[in-house]
Structures are given as C-alpha cells and as structure tokens.
Design a binder for this molecule. Structure first.
Ligand SMILES: [Zn+2]
Length: 266
C-alpha cells in the first residue's frame, strides 16, 4: 500500500497510474521538443506523418506501445518514425515512477517529475536549436514556487530569493559577456532558466549549480582536448550542463554546502 492524500492506495494501482501519466507527459514532451523551436501551435494540427501527412489516429498514439506495434514506421508511407519518441515516453514513465517511489503520492513527486521531464525537453531543444524556451521554463518556475508556498517543498522565502538570485547571476553573466567579450555567450533563455532553477533549489544551491555547470562544461572541453577530438569552432550549448547541474544540486546541494562550510569552520 502507498500513502496518498486519499488514504492508503494499492501499490499496483499507484504505479500503473504513474506509468500512464509518465508516458502521456513524455508524449507531450515530444510535442514540445518538435514544435516549440519551430513556433508551431502545440494543439493544432493533430500529429501527422511529416512525410505523407497522414493523420496519426489516437490509437496509434499510445506511448511506446504504438511505436512498437507499428514497427517504428508510418502506416501510410512506411517512413521510419524516430526512436526518440518512444525513448522520451519510456524515460518519462520511469521518471514519474521514480518520483512516486521516492516522494509518494504528493505534489512534490509531480512537481519534480514535471521538472525532470521538462529538463529532458530543454536539453534536446538546446542541443539542436540553442534555445531554452520560456514556454517550458516559466511554467516550471510557477510549479517550483507553488511547491514552496503551498506544499512546503522549500521555505517559500528561500525559493523566492533563489528565483531572484538565479535570474541576477545569469543576467550579470549575460551583460558581462556582451561588454567584455563582445559576444553573446548566454541568452535570455539562460536567465529565465536561472530563475526557474532558483525556485526549486533556493538561493544557495542555485549559486552552486552555476559552479557545477561550469565545472562540467570545462571537464567536457578537457576530455575532448585530451581525446584529440576537434573542438575548434564547434561549441556546445550551456543548457545541458545547467540541466545536469540542477539535478545534481537538487539531490546533493544542501550536503555539498554543509561540507564546504564545515571545511572552513575548523
Ligand atoms: Zn507517412
């Protein structure tokens, strides 16, 4: 049995629901990944085969299962359907199951689930288009702040100050990059990402996230240099590092900060 606001529920029921919810959210994440960068409507038209234009029926749109039953091909023209669709759907289902396993049937589980699935969408969009769309980061900021104010996920003041600090750090870096290096290393998308991260992490961990992301970025550059892979002229967007750093800081931020302070206390 799993505890829930409606009393204990059978485990199989909760996890079946988590699986269906996760798969559906993954399906929606796929829509975001393909349509947001093209500035297409999220609602219309219904999904179509990009090659032959054949409308995808609801029964062919069941997360993961439909892709397997169709053999990864469009029923109309045989064009192969990217394996990214079922992979994102499966990953999202696993994420929601994990969150329910860790936080139970709570707002917290849903909020972190939405955050993690949103981060996957942000990573893929940033890698392809160098964009961190506001349409993802702003709603997630609201999810994080609401979690703090209404459900005690963090002290609400910490969440609110975190938003301000996250926003400010990135804004300063963006402006400094423009003035000092005469190039745009960061964009408005990063600034709002900072605000979103602050809502979930609080002000201390959002600063830590910045350092962890920079460290990860440097680490990758060093690895690419040592392995002899060409990196000249091939830069990587910062968003994926930020997303990974956010997750690391969410789980270990408080412990890392305590360890750091402790180091100087002696
Ligand atoms: Zn087709």
């Amino acid at each position: 049995m799993v505890e829930s606001p409606w009393g204990p529920l059978p485990g199989w029921l909760v996890f079946t629901f988590a699986l269906i919810l996760g798969g559906s959210l993954g399906s929606f994440a796929n829509v975001l990944i393909y349509r947001l960068p093209e500035e297409l409507s999220l609602l219309r038209p219904a999904s179509r085969c990009p090659k032959c234009g054949r409308a995808i029926k609801p029964v062919e749109n069941i997360p993961v299962i439909s892709w397997i039953l169709l053999g990864g091909r469009c029923k109309g023209c045989g064009e192969s359907i990217s394996i990214q669709y079922p992979l994102i759907e499966a990953a999202s289902a696993i994420i929601i199951m994990f969150c329910v396993f860790k936080w139970g049937v709570t707002y917290q589980a849903l909020a972190y689930g939405l955050l993690f699935i949103g981060l996957i969408a942000l990573i893929l969009i940033d890698l392809r288009h160098w964009l961190l769309p506001f349409a993802i980061t702003i709603p997630l900021t609201v999810v994080g702040l609401a979690g703090a104010i209404l459900f005690g996920m963090r002290p609400w003041a910490d969440s609110l100050i975190g938003m301000g600090v996250g926003f400010a750090i990135f804004l300063v870096m963006l402006l400094a990059g423009k003035w000092i290096f005469k190039k745009e290393a960061l964009g408005g998308g990063d600034v709002v990402f900072g605000m979103m991260a602050g809502a979930f992490l609080g002000w201390k961990s959002v600063i830590l996230m910045m350092f962890v992301a920079s460290f990860l970025g440097t680490l990758l550059a060093v690895i690419m240099l040592i392995s002899g892979k060409e990196i000249a002229g091939r830069s990587v967007p910062f968003g994926p590092f930020l997303a990974i750093a956010l997750v690391i800081c969410l789980f270990t931020g408080d412990a890392m900060i305590a360890w750091y302070i402790n180091m100087f206390a002696h």
